[in-house]
Design a protein around this ligand. Structure first.
Ligand SMILES: N[C@@H](CCC(=O)N[C@@H](CS)C(=O)NCC(=O)O)C(=O)O
Length: 310
């Protein structure tokens, strides 16, 4: 069976979301360590230009963005489900909250404190990624407000736990827990003195410990060279959209078979060029011919990505 390869780095919060989902499913996976800043010469041939982390690779199919990665994991490995209480649509939609407003509050709280200690290379890289200056003074000024925002996000999580349930959906863990967890993990890992901003909230500490205890599945380290070999040896799937995913719009379907360019619309907008080979309402699949690796399917989520004829 094709091995699951997760291109990540340990300190990446969006990767932690995926690692928790791998833990819930009890999957075995290969961890491919990627650099924290550009250049990423052994990632970009797989993605065609997308530089963000995490990226999942299954042979010659490459999945960009944690949202699409967890969707694909659920499609390929349905049991145990990431949606044990039957609220898959809501848990998926929840990432529009956790990956944006909740994440921004977490970033602000962390970098208001550690911003001054960050190396120049990292700062330059993240300025290029975001298209905005890395302004430590502004981060410090924003801290009092952002601290209240972070606590409010965490309080929403604990409201859901108020009836004493073990996990957000009930007795069994799911994507909702991974989504809610990873930002708090990010803050606790990078700036532990900020944990008191939320850890006194009723039920939070016990739930947090339960999510930690889920683990990350069975992880083994895989070299970047080995991951590239796996792509070379494989052929991209010719059924890249799982059954049951809602149909794409007529406009998107009209581009299937044509040269296109896709890019994220928030940050890290590096374009991916290729032929659109499949589309659903929730994903776009672009076929690329890499001179070294051969044919690759690059999958991106439809939400938060722009598609244009190329
Ligand atoms: N929407 C993306 C966001 C990914 C993201 O922002 N990842 C961070 C690391 S956690 C990143 O790529 N930072 C720049 C880098 O690592 O080069 C997702 O859900 O995967």
């Amino acid at each position: 069976m094709t091995q699951i390869l997760l291109h990540h780095y340990d300190s990446s919060p969006f990767s932690e979301k995926v690692r928790i989902c791998l833990g819930i499913k009890g999957l075995a996976w290969g961890a491919v360590d990627q650099p924290v800043i550009m250049p990423k010469p052994e990632l970009l041939p797989l993605t065609g230009g997308y530089r963000k982390i995490p990226v999942m690779q299954l042979g010659a199919d490459v999945y960009c963005d944690s949202v699409l990665i967890v969707r694909e994991l659920e499609a390929r490995f349905p049991a145990p489900s990431l949606h044990p209480s039957g609220t898959g649509g809501l848990a998926a939609a929840m990432s529009e909250w956790t990956d944006r407003a909740f994440f921004q509050a977490s970033v602000a709280v962390i970098f208001a404190h550690v911003g001054d200690t960050i190396g120049a290379d990292f700062i330059k890289d993240r300025e290029k990624l975001s298209g905005a200056p890395f302004d430590t003074a502004a981060m410090k000024a924003a801290f009092p407000h952002m601290a209240t925002q972070l606590r409010a996000h965490a309080a929403l999580v604990t409201e859901q736990l108020a009836d004493g349930r073990a996990f957000l959906g009930g007795a069994a863990p799911g994507l909702a827990d991974a989504n809610a967890f990873y930002n708090l993990w990010f803050v606790r890992s990078f700036y532990p003195p900020a944990a008191p901003l939320f850890e006194d909230l009723p039920g939070l500490a016990d739930w947090y410990a339960r999510v930690v205890a889920l683990g990350h599945g069975t992880r083994r380290e895989v070299s970047r060279a080995e991951a590239l070999d796996a792509a070379r040896a494989a052929s991209p799937s010719d059924q890249p959209v799982p059954a049951g995913e809602a149909a794409a719009s007529a406009g998107d379907l009209a581009l299937v078979g044509h040269k296109v360019i896709v890019s994220a619309t928030d940050y890290g907008r590096d374009p991916i060029a290729g032929t659109l080979v499949a589309a659903s309402a929730l994903r776009l699949v672009i076929r690329r011919e890499d001179p070294d690796l051969g044919a690759i399917n690059v999958h991106v989520p439809r939400l938060g990505f722009a598609l244009a004829a190329g």
